[in-house]
Write a protein that binds this ligand. Sequence first.
Ligand SMILES: [Fe+2]
Length: 309
Amino acid sequence: MLPDWPAWSTTGITCERTMSGDIVVSLPIADWNGPFDPDLGRHAVAALEAGRVVCLTGLAFTTLPEEAVLLSPALLDNSRKNISFDPASGRVSGSAEHPALLAAMLARFARSAESMLRGLLIPYADTLWAGRTSFRPAEIAGRAYSPRHDDRRLHVDAFPSRPIGGARILRLFTVLPQASAARAWRIGEPFESVAAGFLPALPSPAPLRARLYALLGLTKGVQSAYDQMMLALHDRMKLDADYQRQASYTARTFSPGSTWLCFTDQVSHAALSGHMMLEQTFHVPVQSMLDPEQSPLRVLERLAGRALA
Ligand SMILES: [Fe+2]
């Protein structure tokens, strides 16, 4: 459980109670490299697992002078909304411009994010692994998206082609200080409410289809029942116009030069506007959580009455 506000203001941690009852927790962290106060780390883990957004108020990612040429939406290949980087292979996709410079900047960001998370989130330090890095230079407001790809609609994250079994999706976001506008988010209702509302409409898991997709190379591995349910939940949330109109949410902006993280498989979120953002994805095994019962996997298993991964 999170300590009661305002008892922990003495540690420099601040906490916003939002209209829907969710909380954004702000921690005074100003360096990508530790050592970090273990007390801050404990608060961060408790807040993340409870479905809070953790804001690192003093932490900006600084670019190098020669990287100024990268800070432009013109970098994007036609119709792409993101530039993607695989820290494991060093491969960049989504842009053909300045490949070496771009890879170096994204690799430096990936290393910074990983260093911070391994130093701050001690219970996850030995078992978390990094996924892809994403650079989103273009303004997202006013662009045309299909409903399923429209991240301006409330959703929880799930990956269509990269099954993760039952592992968590933990994402760190930072708006570059050079951005001319804040990133505007909506933070939706708690995961259990979302899941309970949509569960009757979700299709039953289809193990044969999961094996077929893997055989055809449509997915990198076989989707678990959990992977399939989370994908269906992601799609149903975005495609349900009534839900998008009526769901309760809290508006929150993240200024240029600010950094935040949350379990995006659990926190219902929508990104309405903003540009010049970097994002690093991590995965955490459910078994590494201090309270696995709060994971979407365990919540869905409780609601469905069966094991899903
Ligand atoms: Fe998302």
